[in-house]
Design a binder for this molecule. Structure first.
Ligand code: NDP
Length: 305
């Protein structure tokens, strides 16, 4: 079997187009422009790149983007004061604090200071609780993107056996909650799981969110299963030669061994170009959803859980 490649890049472009269409409608009908505020503390280069592309795509979908860049040594009280101001700003419908934060800042305290209705990352403890009890919430972007691709591929997920590898608060656990909500039978595997290959082999759906390059080989995959690879890992790629400074060039790989898994699976997401682009698209969708909920407007269809 050769798997269908789920094109996350094209899927994300479609989601962004649907967001843009609904944003135009919201503006037309209510005069309101959805707005996303992104707070970046420090100069981490990867975070700067993420924040820049989030800002560009926010504007491209017709929404307002507000960037707040703070020094790495910003006091916690100052960050909390900024969040408090954004919570009270009617032009801001979504607030995202770029993680990780510098070590002197308490991430839980900061995240839980965001108004849950504006918590477009879905990390606030209220949203975690709402999702866990199957209620309407803001849903974390990466698992939401995975869910959208799974629903698109399968139609109904009801009754399917799903294995999520990884139990982090930002990917593994919310992914499992979403799959439970869609009536899958869900197993959450982690570093202490006794028989990971045997566990994965039972799954109709495998979501790998581990952070270990190419850890899942094809012989763990049930023929025809759908494989969603969340991992983003940079590895040395000697076949690409060397950089100017003499170091070996690198490339991105996921948590699954793409070639061997694609030979067995029914469908698979590539890295790059799979889950990654969907994460930002879902952030934009969440901002629009938050704006609609805050203003009693019709929510976009098919863009949340
Ligand atoms: P975490 O490090 O927070 O969690 C990793 C999980 O993997 C843990 O639950 C850990 O288990 C489990 N794990 C580690 N080693 C093994 C093993 N040998 N066997 C089974 N389970 C194992 O990572 P995140 O959830 O934050 O991210 C996971 C990956 O997804 C990373 O590569 C990250 O870069 C990527 N990512 C991609 C995003 C995207 O937009 N595409 C967004 C967010 C993350 P335990 O709990 O027992 O330690």
């Amino acid at each position: 079997m050769t798997a269908k490649i789920i094109d996350g890049k094209a899927f994300a472009a479609d989601v962004r187009a649907r967001v843009a269409k609904h944003v135009a409608r919201v503006k037309d009908e209510s005069g309101i422009t959805p707005g996303l505020a992104v707070v970046l503390v420090g100069e981490d280069p990867a975070s700067q790149v993420y924040v820049r592309s989030k800002g560009t795509m926010t504007v491209e979908t017709g929404m307002n983007s507000y960037e707040h860049k703070l020094n790495a040594d910003t006091a916690e009280a100052d960050l909390l004061a900024l969040i408090d101001k954004l919570n009270g700003d009617p032009a801001v419908h979504g607030i995202l604090v770029q993680l990780p934060l510098p070590g002197h800042l308490n991430e839980d305290l900061v995240i839980n200071s965001i108004d849950p209705a504006k918590d477009v990352d879905g990390f606030h403890i209220s949203n975690v609780g709402l999702l866990g009890t199957g209620q309407k919430s803001m849903v974390p972007c990466t698992p939401l993107g995975c869910l959208m691709m799974l629903r698109d591929h399968h139609g109904s997920l009801s009754g399917l056996d799903a294995v999520v590898i990884g139990r982090s608060n930002i990917v593994g656990k919310p992914m499992a909650q979403l799959l439970i909500k869609d009536s899958c039978t869900v197993t959450v595997a982690h570093s202490r799981t006794k028989d990971l290959p045997g566990t994965v082999r039972r799954a109709d759906i495998v979501v790998a969110a581990v952070g270990r390059p190419q850890m899942v080989p094809g012989d763990w995959i049930k023929p025809g299963a759908t494989v969603i690879d969340v991992g983003i890992n940079r590895i040395e790629a000697p076949e690409r030669g060397t950089k100017e400074d003499g170091s070996v060039k690198t490339r991105l790989v996921g948590d699954v061994d793409f070639d061997s898994c694609a030979a067995v699976a029914g469908a698979i997401t590539p890295v790059p170009g799979g889950v990654g682009p969907m994460t930002i698209a879902c952030l934009l969708a969440n901002t629009l959803t938050a704006c609609c909920r805050a203003n009693g407007l019709e929510e976009p269809q098919g863009l949340t859980a």
